[in-house]
Design a binder for this molecule. Sequence first.
Ligand SMILES: [Ca+2]
Ligand SMILES: [Ca+2]
Length: 237
Amino acid sequence: MSTRMSRVFGWIAVVGLVLGLTGASSAGVILIDFENQAPDPPQVAPSYWNVLGTSAAATLYDVNHTNIGVTISFAGTWYDTSVMTGNGWGTGGGVPAWLDPNASKDYFCDTPSGESLTIAGMNRSQEYVIELISSKYKPDQPYKTDGYYRINGANSDFGTAQFRSHTNGYVNHTVMTWTMSPDLSGNFQLVLSRGTKDDVAYVNAMRISWEEQLPVSEPAGLGLVGLAMLASRRRRA
Ligand SMILES: [Ca+2]
Ligand SMILES: [Ca+2]
């Protein structure tokens, strides 16, 4: 075997062993419905929704209704107890399949500004996809639905922190999405702010999903083949 070939098999060994350690994946999902004024979405596995009636701290279960050590807490003054419904999305037209229409109908909103919510207990080495529905039907004053949304200081894929819950949310069915890992404490902190005292930021529903990396044995076989061929080459050398 040539030196070049042995290097190739050496790399196969390394890559195969790394694959063997990090291996296949299993998906995880957490669904959050802010406010309990509209009819509740399903609260049974495998599509369990965490329906939050107030901005009190709470445990967040995954869709299998398993406690995976994730919590949510709120800071600042939130409107969370008034009757605030009628802002929901239907189905189709860009509405994500995971979104129960009822979860989009009600919401928490901020007052006066600088409110935050923190999701804790996340895996620091894990990448998550966070999707936020912000929807408010306010055709007479759509400019009053301008909010600013940042998670751990980052804008969503919408591009700007500013998001108009009537036009971008209710009308266009745009979902704010962040793909990121949590901070060093394992937290995601969503901070809301607004441009003027008349603007309001809304949170209707959220989905957090991830592909968890788990150890498996099968891909390691490729690495073992590479190691075996290396050993064979060395015996012959
Ligand atoms: Ca609800
Ligand atoms: Ca809701």
